[in-house]
Write a protein of this length. Structure first.
Length: 237
């Protein structure tokens, strides 16, 4: 199946779909591995080092640059116009980018529209997108669930919207690789226990810095009376 890209602004408004709007498809695409941010200190007079790379309990990564070649069978004048439209719509902008073969994730990054080749049978246009090291789930745990973008290969279902707490409620969140502090939205005062520590929640939006969703199973126990939502969006390398 031929693959295309859809671009949105950071508010979720559609900018363009490379196939539906311009009938150009992915010709070449390289997603480089995330480069580790190493923090190493040499110990003078020895062959030893001090490695602080995981000093805060996690590994951090550099942003990635994804080169993309789009191509389509177009006449020269039409392709020159397409190149201009790509520059007007995308060049220099920070966007959400979704690949059609991985519709359950998006990338966030800044686009550079490069050179074009308006000659030859197959016209091509090049993009570079400097993205966060992680790709993010389309659906957060506080969104209404949609089956269309769900992947039966690596999809995770975390439904944590408008949960009723009547005394006590256990909520388990399946975390991905990126460590995330979720937003907890409550309509009343209550408490939440995470890793055997209990925190007070006020009515409204709460972000507890010591509640960090890690990869794997994460248990939160709410106590009180009211409705609570946990807004968690997973990130994967």
């Amino acid at each position: 199946m031929e693959q295309y890209i859809t671009f949105y602004d950071l508010k979720g408004n559609l900018i363009l779909n490379t196939f539906k709007d311009f009938h150009v498809l992915i010709q070449e695409l390289t997603i480089p591995s995330a480069v580790v941010k190493e923090e190493i200190e040499e110990i003078p007079g020895t062959s030893d080092i001090l490695d602080y790379t995981e000093s805060n309990g996690d590994v951090h990564y550099e942003r990635r640059v994804i080169p993309i070649e789009l191509a389509g069978i177009k006449n020269r004048d039409e392709f020159l116009s397409i190149h201009s439209k790509f520059q007007n719509l995308l060049h220099g902008k920070n966007v959400k980018m979704i690949f059609s073969e991985e519709p359950n994730f998006y990338w966030i990054g800044r686009v550079s529209v490069g050179d074009i080749n308006p000659y030859g049978v197959l016209r091509s246009i090049n993009l570079e997108v400097k993205v966060d090291p992680y790709k993010y789930e389309i659906i957060s745990s506080a969104d209404d669930w949609l089956w269309d973008p769900f992947s039966f290969v690596d999809g995770i279902i975390n439904e944590c919207k408008d949960l009723v707490v009547n005394g006590a409620l256990d909520v388990t969140i399946q975390g991905r690789r990126k460590h995330v502090i979720p937003k907890i939205i409550s309509d009343s005062e209550m408490t939440v226990t995470f890793n055997d520590v209990t925190y007070n929640l006020s009515a409204g939006i709460n972000e507890v810095l010591d509640i960090e969703i890690l990869e794997g199973q994460n248990l939160l126990t709410f106590k009180g009376n009211g409705t609570v939502s946990v807004d968690y969006r997973g990130g994967s390398l």
